[in-house]
Design a protein around this ligand. Structure first.
Ligand SMILES: Cc1ncc(COP(=O)(O)O)c(C=O)c1O
Length: 375
């Protein structure tokens, strides 16, 4: 059996262990220390965000964003329907009401027209507006973030950017995660860089990040004993994990370059096939191409291709099942146009890890071609 090809495996740079050793040498085997500070500083320098907070996961970062923005039980939060559960489950943690917005064909991400229609209709009818919008930059590709940001500003809605998958992607030279009031990144094991698990909350608002920092360490007040006036969480990133993050940040640009090359290889080999289309890159943006994703011709189902690849020990995956179609969100409201349902039915993610060789890609391409011809 050939060695397994994973969808997006971790790809270490080389210096991660050095920084882990530093943590051991300093004995900061704790959720604080030099690696945590240095990793936050690297993220700020790279993204241009003024403040950053390293936490245990991207989901935790979104949860903290909702808390510090004062979003409370009963409030409504709008979100991309075409996303991963981690993006929206904090809405449930806070007992808020989700409202899902569908995608557009130009980006496969949240459709600004649908958002504007919904908010302007509510305004003209004197209805309540949502407190926040969580926008995902899916698969490392930018949403129409400048327009979404302007719409949110116009209607007084907080914009939270879920850049879990899109670290390094930018729109007109500005990094995803830095357009909104708050942004988040994930360093889960499958992301473009990883710390095994981890996340980062960023903002240009010092007070918000200071509050999130307080909440992430059990909301302990300033006293020699343990004093608490509000409840928090145990969400702070470990100094060991942050050591991995430091090493990974050193190779982030190379990782993006390779992912984009892998996309180009797939695209060149498959784009001529009738019925195939790749996730677009919105004009003015540069994605990190975290995963290469494409729609298949009508006559072949993503599941049959997935099984064909699996038989060769190659991992692939359907596109995210939209949130409005999840049993968990049955009955949730939304403004939908059917696109995310189609993307889910017809789309597949191909192996895209930065350690993939050109030969691996060629092998996968020929299996895809054979499967399409056979069906
Ligand atoms: C779009 C999106 N949002 C949120 C998350 C949550 O991040 P984490 O797994 O670090 O909690 C992920 C990834 O896992 C994601 O892909």
């Amino acid at each position: 059996m050939n060695q397994r090809i994973f969808l997006s495996p971790p790809h270490m740079g080389g210096n991660e262990l050095t920084y882990i050793h530093e943590a051991f040498e300093s004995n900061y085997i704790a959720p604080l220390g030099h690696n945590v500070d240095a990793f936050e500083a690297q993220i700020k320098a790279y993204t241009g965000a003024k403040y950053a907070l390293a936490v245990t996961s991207g989901t935790a970062a979104i949860h903290l964003a909702l808390r510090v923005l004062g979003i409370k039980e009963g409030d409504e939060v709008m979100a991309s329907t075409f996303t991963f559960i981690g993006s929206v489950v904090p809405i449930l943690y806070e007992r808020c009401t989700p409202f899902f917005i569908d995608s557009d064909t130009a980006s496969w991400n949240l459709d600004p027209n649908l958002l504007e229609e919904e908010l302007s209709q509510r305004a003209s009818q004197g209805k309540k507006q949502p407190k926040a919008l969580i926008v995902t930059h899916l698969y490392g590709q930018c949403a129409d973030i400048k327009r979404l940001s302007a719409i949110c500003e116009h209607y007084g809605v907080y914009l939270i950017e879920d850049a879990a998958e899109s670290l390094g992607a930018g729109f007109e030279g500005k990094q995803t995660g830095t357009f909104g009031k708050m942004g988040i990144y994930s360093f889960n094991g499958n992301k473009i860089i990883t710390t095994s698990g981890g996340g980062m909350l960023v903002s240009d608002d010092e007070t918000l990040i200071a509050h999130a920092r307080h909440l992430s360490t059990q909301a302990r007040d300033n006293a020699p004993h343990y004093e608490h006036t509000e409840y928090g969480y145990n969400y702070r990133m470990s100094n060991i994990i942050a050591g991995i993050g430091r090493g990974q940040m050193e190779v982030l640009s190379e990782r993006i370059e390779r992912r984009r090359e892998i996309f180009d290889l797939y695209h060149k080999a498959l784009c001529e096939i009738e019925g195939i289309s790749f996730m677009p890159e919105l004009e003015g943006s540069i994605g990190n191409r975290w995963l290469t994703t494409l729609l298949l011709p009508q006559h072949i189902s993503p599941e049959s291709l997935r099984l064909t690849l699996e038989a060769e020990n190659i991992e692939s995956r359907p596109l995210w099942k939209p949130m409005h179609a999840q049993p968990l969100f049955q009955g949730a409201q939304g403004r939908l146009n059917g696109l995310s349902d189609t993307l889910f039915k017809r789309g597949i993610c191909l192996p895209s890890g930065s350690s993939l060789t050109d030969n691996d890609v060629e092998r996968i391409v020929s299996l895809v071609k054979q499967a399409i011809e056979r069906n």
